[in-house]
Design a protein around this ligand. Structure first.
Ligand code: HEM
Length: 383
């Protein structure tokens, strides 16, 4: 198939949701820059052209800007309404029904950042010691935000987003190394402790990324309830963005009923089917293939559906697909949520198929129903 059937799928179909993702990434970059410039301030680095007050002003402005962007990030998430996240979920951690742990970590990072901002505004009244103690939280805020971003974001498997994450980690780890090396007055125990903490955080982040968000099926493992995933799948379809194939939840829809007695073998007919599915990939280019192998009931005719496309967090953005039913074969003509349409032909016959998939992604089982209609000029067939 030369043109992609679906341009995009999943929850990237409204301006607000795009804004959530974009502001999240920019906020992370700004937060990383805030940490790096904060370290420049604390090391006390100056040059002829770069006096200390410039670092301090940059640090303050970057932190305010990142806080502002995070507020927009939260408001667009709540305003979009695609996932049921409330303003309360943004400040009280681990309440969100959508990826509770990972969105909860975002709330923790937001709270830490608010605490740092508020104590900075009240610095004169609080005294330097308390202010400094709270300001150390800024270091904790950064890895917490990073775990949140990887765990909640839709874009962790996109090369561009990965580059952003890598640059942020490299910049902060480099600055931390510089800070530790420059802190000659600190005790060796403190310096070693800081270095070990830095290494442990990076190893944990990398392990988490490779075992979690970078692998298919993260949506379910991220803790979103099946009911919500099913609702999201339906919403993605109704937004007209296309539909998800595997990795996406069972849609919760029942297959159209089909009884062996009414399911004649020559089109038009409707027949139930059941079988299994498997996912191959994604390969390094993010390409993934989902193959459904099933048998019609009661005829036992083989039904095979192969969908190929780009791996997304919640499924596959379809670029091509093939359906084989008995001796008939042809391309997928559309994918709308969990309904695959195809035009199959063989031995001079052409039939239109509408296949309702019900996916059980806990056990990799698929069931559903297939309805066959004679295409104009087609003679019908027996699968
Ligand atoms: C310091 C605070 C925060 C930072 C730096 C941050 C940053 C990010 C980043 C970088 C992403 C990934 C975007 C993507 O993959 O495209 C993300 C995703 C997300 N964040 Fe945050 N975030 C923060 C706080 C919050 C809070 C408090 C909430 C609660 C409403 C929240 C809700 C979300 C959601 C729902 C997503 C998933 C968006 C998607 O599907 O791509 N974030 N965040």
């Amino acid at each position: 198939m030369s043109t992609p059937l679906l341009a995009a799928v999943g929850h990237g179909s409204t301006a607000l949701w795009y804004l959530t993702r974009a502001t999240g990434l920019v906020a992370l970059v700004l937060l990383s820059a805030t940490v790096v410039v904060g370290i420049v301030c604390s090391v006390g680095w100056v040059s002829e052209r770069w006096p200390r007050f410039l670092s301090q002003a940059l640090h303050r402005n970057l932190s305010l800007l990142s806080l502002g962007l995070i507020v927009v990030h939260v408001l667009t998430t709540v305003g979009d309404g695609y996932v049921p996240i409330s303003v309360v979920d943004a400040v009280i951690p681990f309440r969100s029904p959508y990826r509770p742990i990972w969105v909860g970590l975002g709330a923790c990072a937001f709270d830490l950042l608010l605490a740092v901002a508020i104590t900075s505004a009240l610095r004169r009244h609080l005294g330097a010691r308390l202010w400094r103690a709270v300001h150390w939280l800024a270091y904790a805020c950064w890895p917490v935000a990073l775990f949140h971003a990887l765990g909640s974001g839709s874009d962790a498997r996109l090369g561009g987003a990965q580059l952003v994450y890598l640059v942020c980690v490299a910049a902060v780890v480099g600055a931390l190394g510089w800070r530790i090396a420059a802190a000659r007055a600190a005790s060796p125990v403190m310096r070693t402790g800081a270095a070990v903490t830095g290494v442990v955080v990076v190893v944990l982040l990398a392990t988490f990324a490779f075992l979690g968000p970078l692998r298919p099926g993260w949506s379910r493992r991220a803790g979103t309830s099946s009911a919500l995933l099913a609702a999201l799948s339906g919403a993605a379809a109704s937004r007209g963005a296309g539909g998800t194939a595997t990795g996406s939840p069972s849609t919760g829809q029942s297959p159209t009923t089909s009884t062996p007695g009414t399911a004649g073998l020559a089109a038009p007919f409707t027949s139930a089917f059941s079988g299994t599915y498997s996912v191959v990939g994604p390969d390094p280019t993010g390409h993934e293939q989902v193959v459904f192998s099933a048998h019609l009931e009661p005829s036992g005719s083989a039904l095979s559906i192969s969908l190929s496309g780009s791996a997304l967090d919640d499924g596959v953005s379809l670029s091509s697909g093939t359906v084989t039913l008995g001796s008939l074969q042809g391309p997928v003509t559309s994918l709308d949520g969990s309904v695959v349409s195809a035009s199959v032909s063989g031995s001079g016959r052409t039939e239109s198929l509408s296949i309702q998939l019900v996916i059980d992604d806990h056990s990799n089982l698929v069931s559903g129903s297939v309805s066959a209609a004679r295409s104009a000029g087609g003679k019908g067939s027996s699968p």
